[in-house]
Design a protein around this ligand. Structure first.
Ligand SMILES: *[C@@H]1O[C@H](CO)[C@@H](O)[C@H](O)[C@H]1NC(C)=O
Ligand SMILES: *[C@@H]1O[C@H](CO)[C@@H](O)[C@H](O)[C@H]1NC(C)=O
Ligand SMILES: *[C@@H]1O[C@H](CO)[C@@H](O)[C@H](O)[C@H]1NC(C)=O
Length: 209
């Protein structure tokens, strides 16, 4: 007993050296997709999300992730408040996920797919709504980096570059590079805009194995 307790404390403290990526604190209040931690690397974490369901906007072409998020979140917020074909209310869950997609050389550099995670209770039958799509994900892996504050174009680019650097040279790089997901990266936000402190955001590089 004592030895196993000692060993688990030891393990926690060894992992603690690099475990900068924690379960996002807002997920103690709201439902978030659960995941398995596959590896705690240096400045990154590899997670596996088992099948999950998301409600998504079509790609929003904008100059800034901030504007795209505002547009996308407004629509999704109306959706969960009952503005859908079934007039059904859905509990707010987390995170808001914004997929950053390089655009096809048009006027805008990126388009953004802004999604809400659908709570377990509603995953079998999310109400349809004009202009929004249900995305059903199979098992997917994510390389994750956390950062705080409000998301903007500068910090997401910096944090994504830092995450890409920290997985460079690991066994995950090739899987991430050849993944079917064409996006540069995704940004997960867990707090509402009125929460000013202790905000948690994550860059996700999604990939399949
Ligand atoms: C994901 O699926 C695997 C295999 O079925 C299972 O062992 C694991 O507990 C699941 N993880 C979560 C977070 O539900
Ligand atoms: C990984 O690092 C090497 C050496 O610094 C660099 O040449 C290469 O472009 C990097 N690869 C990626 C995918 O960032
Ligand atoms: C996004 O990807 C494109 C090409 O796929 C690349 O030119 C661009 O630098 C990437 N942007 C970021 C922020 O990673």
């Amino acid at each position: 007993m004592k030895i196993s307790l000692f060993l688990s404390v030891l393990t926690v403290s060894i992992l603690g050296i690099y475990s900068e990526v924690n379960i996002p604190a807002p997920c103690k209040r709201i439902e978030c997709p659960i995941y398995d931690v596959i590896e705690n690397g240096k400045d990154y974490q590899i997670r596996r999300y088992n099948s999950s369901v998301w409600i998504s906007n079509p790609p929003i072409r904008q100059f800034s992730i901030v504007t795209a998020n505002a547009i996308g979140v407004t629509r999704l917020f109306r959706y969960i408040q009952g503005n859908n074909d079934n007039k059904q209310k859905i509990e707010m869950a987390g995170p808001v996920l914004s997929e950053v997609i390089p655009s096809d050389g048009s006027f805008f550099k990126y388009s953004y797919i802004v999604s809400f995670y659908v709570p377990k209770k509603n995953q079998a039958n999310p109400p349809p709504a004009k202009g929004l799509q249900v995305q059903r994900w199979k098992n997917v892996y994510a390389a994750v980096r956390q950062f705080s504050g409000f998301v903007n174009d500068k910090n997401v680019a910096e944090q994504a570059a830092a995450l890409k650097d920290s997985i460079n040279g690991t066994k995950w790089l090739s899987a991430i590079e050849k993944s079917h997901k064409a996006s540069n990266f995704s940004v997960a936000q867990y707090n509402s805009p009125i929460e000013l402190f202790n905000r948690v955001n994550e860059i996700w590089l999604l990939f399949e194995l």
